[in-house]
Design a protein around this ligand. Structure first.
Ligand SMILES: [Zn+2]
Length: 266
């Protein structure tokens, strides 16, 4: 309705949300390709060139990747030009480096490692050699668009265990801390992430003890919704919670595997 009413020409959101908008428009029998929309600026989650093509086809727009992080400035640290061949880092504001995350040694241009930023113009909360944990490489070659500021390759992953659900950063440790405060819940849980249509869905499977599990349904439902509400208020995203019988979550002898990511690899 807003796209129609305002004749919006630029859409900025996560790439998965753009696909969701396309899906909803199709369900409403609106031809979104015929709306005035011409450019999409998408970021906050990893996406592939295949997904770009899908978005461009479905919405009939030019889709560009944008990158940023809260600690540095938020969105707009780097962005793709019309060449869509790497994201130009705004070097008049940020010095970018790539390091080996293990040795912390600086790596030469072209090599893949962890991205580091030093801010030049930011006031009050400047950063010096801030470790982003994002894995990428830098390309100093002048771009065909005419800009000669360095380009970064699209981010391929992170050095830690953070998961990104619908553009929201989720750490398994956050979920763990919520469960710790709910006495009926056992510390055995797993997160199952899947993609339904264009949106990521996250399910928390958590064990409850025998006594509670054999309790009446109403009680189980109330524990379930309590966990759900707590997590929603901490993470800011909705999550499906399933209570399971004791001993149903697979145990690990080494580091616990908390996350089962069933999303298709891109
Ligand atoms: Zn360029």
């Amino acid at each position: 309705m807003m796209l129609q009413d305002f004749g919006t020409t630029v859409l900025t959101c996560t790439p998965s949300y753009a696909l969701y908008i396309a899906e909803v428009a199709a369900d409403m029998e609106i031809d979104i390709r015929k709306l005035p929309l011409r450019v999409g600026v998408f970021g906050a989650e990893p996406w592939s060139d295949n997904m770009r093509k899908e978005i461009e086809n479905k919405l009939n727009i030019d889709a560009r990747d944008i990158y940023g992080l809260t600690e540095v400035i938020g969105p707009g640290v780097s962005m793709e030009c019309e060449q869509k061949n790497g994201l130009h880092i705004f070097e008049d504001h940020f010095i970018a480096e790539i390091i080996d995350p293990e040795t912390e040694e600086q790596l030469p241009y072209g090599e893949t490692g962890e991205l580091i930023f030093t801010s030049l113009t930011k006031e009050a909360f400047p950063v010096i050699r801030f470790r982003t944990r994002d894995i990428t490489s830098l390309n100093p070659e002048p771009c065909e668009c005419g800009r000669n500021i360095v380009r970064m390759h699209r981010v391929s992953g992170r050095t830690d265990d953070m998961i990104i659900i619908r553009g929201v950063n989720v750490f398994p440790s956050q979920i763990e801390s919520v469960l710790m405060d709910i006495e009926e819940a056992e510390p055995h849980y797993e997160l199952v992430i899947d993609r339904k249509g264009a949106l990521d869905e996250i399910e928390l499977r958590v064990e409850v003890n025998e006594r509670i599990f054999s309790d009446e349904i109403r009680k189980l439902e109330s524990i379930q919704s309590r966990i759900q509400n707590e997590i929603e208020s901490v993470l800011g995203i909705s999550i499906k919670v399933t209570l399971v019988e004791p001993k149903t979550i697979e145990r690990s002898e080494g580091k616990a595997k908390r996350v089962r990511d069933l999303r298709p690899k891109e």
